[in-house]
Write a protein that binds this ligand. Structure first.
Ligand SMILES: *Cc1c(COP(=O)(O)O)cnc(C)c1O
Length: 398
């Protein structure tokens, strides 16, 4: 038998990708060149937003979003514990307080009712925002969250790292793509190699809000602007000539404390090239999901699974099983490297210091005890998937 080594996720770099990167590397701009703007424009078109801002990674995207939305030491922000730590950490970068809410045990997404309960119980006006996560690739119903957020004067950040191409259907039966800027104030994406679109490192922020967009552009590059319309100093001060009416061409202003969170042009070239295959990759992910869903239907060892949903973007395919540790270890001996997404954020030592403890979020904790993410990536072959399914079956028949 052939020796397998099947990870839960994997990037795919094509000949076209290589050529696209090489073309930029041998050109004039390695960073802040024209490829960034093209990647931003095409990505905005793909998700349906008005604006897109490319940044160095998804975590930087979250950090800048929190800054643009004025998160400070006085801010309290609600998010889910079943996510990558960065979804919560961004609030802490700005010295805000993280409030966790439990998940829905069926969808694994942050539970609207739990969020509502927090908003009802906290003193009026003390919660500033909600960070929702399209976990595993399943879109949060942002229409419902927007209505709740508006009622409590909160903003929404959509962490859509798992979900480019995913959508939910709104109350008028319209499909609303993740990151389309129609409900969330900002949405963020990651281009880490396990995600749908790989740049090595990379991220994107999408929004329909012009003021937030302008702020993000400035924060991405040290808080510096070259736009004369935004300058606050007078031309006279900028030139040192008392009666001067014009700004010298070299002049720029640093107006607030920003960062260097830029993406390079050759990473943008890779992202742009990968984006062309995004729909094909998504189609493959959905086919794989359909096969898993069919294979596990009615299996007694399955207590929950991602299932098949044509709106899902399937960054992950999750199953919930008994004896998860046993299955995880068994699969590793067979070269199948399933993963756990995620250890609940509120039980990380860093967040426990703020008083969060076991038992706070029963649905999230039960989910964590059973969950396993199976191999899910566009180049997973039918033979490999058959092998994965057969080995899981074999484990429970042992
Ligand atoms: C990957 C990921 C991030 C962080 O993205 P990076 O590009 O690795 O910084 C944030 N949130 C979620 C849900 C993610 O999966």
């Amino acid at each position: 038998m052939t020796q397998h080594s099947i990870p839960y996720g994997k990037q795919y770099i094509s000949e076209e990708d290589l050529a696209a990167v090489a073309a930029v590397l041998t050109g004039d701009f390695l960073t802040q060149g024209p490829t960034i703007a093209r990647f931003e424009a095409d990505f905005a078109l793909y998700v349906g937003s008005t604006y897109a801002v490319a940044v160095s990674n998804g975590t930087a995207a979250l950090h800048l979003s929190c800054m643009a939305l004025e998160v400070s030491e006085n801010s309290r922000v609600i998010t889910t514990p079943i996510t990558f730590a960065a979804s919560a950490n961004c609030v802490r970068y700005c010295d805000g307080t993280v409030l966790f809410a439990d998940i829905d045990p069926m969808t694994y997404l942050i539970n609207l009712a739990s969020v509502k309960r927090i908003l009802e119980n906290e003193p009026t006006g003390t919660v500033q925002g909600i960070i929702v996560v399209d976990f595993a690739g399943k879109a949060v119903n942002l229409e419902a969250f927007r209505a709740l957020a508006d009622q409590y004067n909160c903003w929404i950040i959509e962490d859509a790292c798992h979900a480019p191409g995913g959508f939910f259907t709104d109350s008028t039966n319209k499909q609303q793509r993740c990151g389309n800027g129609k409900f969330a104030d900002v949405s963020i994406f990651s281009f880490h190699p396990v995600k749908h679109i790989a740049c090595g490192e990379g991220g994107m922020i999408t929004t329909d809000n012009k003021a937030i967009y302008d702020r993000l552009l400035q924060l991405r590059t040290h808080g510096i602007t070259r736009n004369t319309e935004q300058f606050s100093n007078s031309p006279a001060l900028a030139t040192g000539i008392p009666e001067s009416m014009d700004y010298p061409l070299w002049y720029m202003e640093m107006q607030e404390l920003g960062f260097n969170y830029r993406l390079t042009d050759f990473q943008a070239a890779l992202g742009l090239s990968q984006l062309k295959r995004a729909d094909a990759g998504l189609e493959k992910r959905r086919q794989i999901a359909q096969r898993y869903a069919n294979a596990f239907a009615g299996k007694s060892y399955i207590s929950g699974q991602s299932g098949y949903d044509p709106a899902h973007a399937y960054h992950l395919y999750v199953i919930e099983v008994t004896d998860r540790l046993g299955l995880y270890n068994y699969l590793r001996t067979k070269g199948i490297f399933a993963q756990i997404h995620y250890f609940p954020a509120h039980l990380m030592p860093y967040y426990q210091q703020f008083g969060w403890k076991e038992g706070d979020f029963p649905h999230a904790e039960t989910y964590y005890n059973r969950c396993l993410s199976l191999p899910m990536f566009p180049t997973l072959t039918a033979d490999e998937q058959t092998y994965v399914i057969a080995e899981i079956d074999r484990y429970y028949q042992l």
